[in-house]
Design a protein. Structure first.
Length: 186
C-alpha cells in the first residue's frame, strides 16, 4: 500500500486509528482467523516451540493461535494496545530528547502487543511474568555491536506473529546492529 502524504507519521496514525475502535479490530481479527492467518503455518511453529519447551521446561510461555471464540475479547485488547501506543507516542512529542526515547520504546512495545493480541492467546508459566515482558534481545556487552535473540520476551513473540520459523531466537542467532538497522553506526 502506497500512501501519498506530506505528514507520514500522522498518516500512519490515521491508518492505525482504525484499529482503536473495537468493532473495527473485531472485523480485522475475524478476517485473520477465517483466513487461517493468511497461510502462515503457526501450528508448525507451536510444534517446534513445544519441542523446545520439553527440552527446557518452563522456559517460554505457552501460546495458542486465537480462534473465533476469542475474537471479542482480543479485539478489545488490540484496540486498547493501539490507543495506548498512540497516547504514549503523543506524550513523547511533548518532552525533550532526553525523555522521548523511552516513551517511543514503550509506544513501540504497545504496538508489538497489538500484533501479538491479533495472533495469539497465551498463558504465562508461573514465575515467568518478567521474562515474557522483557524485550527478548541480548546485546554483546563486550563490543555492543551484536544483538542475540532470546527465547522469551517481546521480540520472539512479535516474530512468531509473522514467521513460523523460531530458529532466529531458539538457536540464539546473533546479528550486528549494522545489519539490524541497515546502516553503519560510526
Amino acid at each position: 500500500m502506497l500512501i501519498r502524504t506530506t505528514d507520514p507519521i500522522e498518516a500512519i496514525w490515521r491508518w492505525l486509528g482504525f484499529l482503536q475502535i473495537p468493532a473495527n479490530a473485531k472485523r480485522i481479527l475475524k478476517e485473520r482467523v477465517e483466513a487461517d492467518f493468511y497461510g502462515l503455518d503457526h501450528r508448525h511453529l507451536l510444534t517446534l516451540k513445544k519441542a523446545e519447551n520439553s527440552c527446557s521446561p518452563g522456559r517460554t510461555a505457552e501460546f495458542e493461535v486465537i480462534d473465533a471464540s476469542m475474537i471479542e475479547d482480543y479485539s478489545r485488547k488490540l484496540a486498547s494496545c493501539v490507543t495506548q501506543a498512540r497516547e504514549i507516542y503523543s506524550a513523547a512529542r511533548d518532552v525533550t530528547e532526553v525523555s522521548s526515547p523511552i516513551l517511543q520504546f514503550y509506544g513501540m512495545e504497545h504496538l508489538g502487543k497489538a500484533i501479538i493480541n491479533a495472533t495469539y492467546e497465551f498463558q504465562l508459566p508461573s514465575g515467568k511474568h518478567n521474562e515474557f515482558y522483557s524485550h527478548g534481545l541480548r546485546i554483546d556487552r563486550g563490543n555492543h555491536e551484536k544483538v542475540t535473540g532470546k527465547p522469551s520476551g517481546m521480540f520472539p513473540r512479535i516474530h512468531d506473529c509473522y514467521s513460523p520459523e523460531p530458529n532466529i531466537y531458539l538457536d540464539g542467532l546473533s546479528i550486528s546492529l549494522k545489519e539490524l538497522l541497515g546502516r553503519d553506526l560510526t
